[in-house]
Design a binder for this molecule. Structure first.
Ligand SMILES: C[S@@+](CC[C@H](N)C(=O)[O-])C[C@H]1O[C@@H](n2cnc3c(N)ncnc32)[C@H](O)[C@@H]1O
Length: 355
């Protein structure tokens, strides 16, 4: 195994990578409930309450921006998400990638210059709906080529991440795939770029694609950050298209939104069993500090938007492990709602875990 020093030297052998133009960053995607705008709020709490954070776990990572905020050579970040379409970007941005950057740059140039005229699985189902037909044909062909290429797994992960981020930029949607806009106005050609990765900070990190309640039994940390889905809207529904593209098993798709079967991806945190799942997660956490983000949008007639776990339940479950304090900040969020934004108070429940 490489020592830390050898690993750092290996990473610094990529000056060409560092100067490459046209890079994208981890936060450059539209993702419901992402905490990018709340990073200062979360970081203030961590800095106030948690000394010397050697391990930070972001167990419902989504985009991974929270883990990224604490990522440094001194802090090991463990990221995790149940969806492959989140796991692949997490692995590329926050994992210990050994990708072949010269090869990747060349491949991305080649993929960007493709100009297919024939239909494929992706264009048949998603062309003239979520994308222009031209972009959909190109996305399907690029995905197939990435599957068929003779390259190492880390390089393939980076290429798929570039594809997922590029797809998001040309999708004819409001940022999720529950529906597409009737009029296609995202007509710019799709273009893959290179991810901007902080290799030096990543050397100790780990990335998983597991149910949080399974993973919690295997890991330990100083800080455990928990940001589960809070209502009945499943992320596998909102991001079915990216998941379909990431896994590329070409399943049958149904209905106007062209969703595949997602029964194996449903999260307990969106179901009536959410409180039980949360209780189990907290009971099995091996850490010194727990931070929980949980939305408090007003109760509405549309039961799908209502929070699955009520505040008194969150507090009482956390109190089984230690003292609890609630931090609050006003916030305008990116949501699935018709207005696209929603004002509410964002809270973090902090628990200092007893020995
Ligand atoms: C609110 S989002 C997290 C947003 C994230 N903090 C960010 O800033 O991008 C919740 C995430 O949890 C994932 N998820 C849902 N149920 C899960 C489970 N049982 N285990 C692991 N991940 C899960 C979803 O796929 C989604 O990406």
């Amino acid at each position: 195994m490489n020592t830390l020093l050898e690993e750092k030297q290996r990473l610094f052998d990529y000056p060409a990578y560092r100067d490459m133009p046209g890079k994208y960053q981890i936060q450059n995607r539209r993702f419901l409930g992402n905490k990018f705008k709340l990073l200062d709020f979360i970081a203030d709490i961590v800095h106030e309450r948690c000394d010397d954070v050697k391990t930070f776990v972001d167990i419902f990572s989504g985009t991974g921006v929270v883990g990224q905020r604490f990522n440094s050579i001194k802090t090991k970040v463990i990221s995790n998400d149940i969806l492959q379409s989140n796991y692949l970007p997490l692995k590329a941005f926050l994992g210990t990638t050994k990708a072949d950057w010269d090869r990747i740059t060349q491949i991305i140039d080649d993929l960007n210059s493709l100009n297919p005229s024939r239909d494929n699985y992706f264009s048949k189902h998603f062309g003239d709906r979520y994308f222009t037909l031209t972009n959909a044909r190109k996305i399907g062909l690029i995905r197939q080529k990435i599957r068929d290429m003779d390259i190492d797994d880390d390089s393939r992960t980076v290429l798929l991440t570039s594809l997922i981020y590029a797809v998001d930029k040309v999708a004819n949607t409001v940022g999720h795939y529950d529906a597409f806009r009737k009029k296609i106005d995202m007509v710019q050609p799709i273009k893959l770029l290179i991810p901007d990765i902080d290799f030096e900070a990543n050397v100790n990190n780990e990335v998983y694609c597991e149910d949080a309640n399974m993973l919690i039994r295997k890991i330990k940390s100083d800080v455990l950050y928990i940001d589960p889905p809070y209502n009945s809207r499943q992320y596998c529904d909102a991001y079915h298209l990216l998941e379909n593209l990431a896994t590329w098993e070409k399943p049958p798709v149904f209905g106007v939104a062209k969703k595949m079967d997602r029964s194996h991806l449903k999260s307990k945190y969106c179901l009536i069993s959410a409180t039980q799942a949360f209780k189990d997660l907290i009971a099995n956490a091996k850490c010194k500090h727990i931070l929980v983000s949980y939305n408090n949008t007003r109760e509405t007639k549309d039961c799908r938007s209502n929070s699955r776990i009520k505040d008194p339940e969150i507090i009482s479950i956390l109190k089984n492990r230690g003292s609890v304090e609630v931090y609050e900040r006003d916030y305008r969020a990116f949501t699935t709602g018709k207005s696209d934004t929603d004002s509410h108070t964002e809270r973090v429940f902090y628990c200092e875990v007893r020995n």
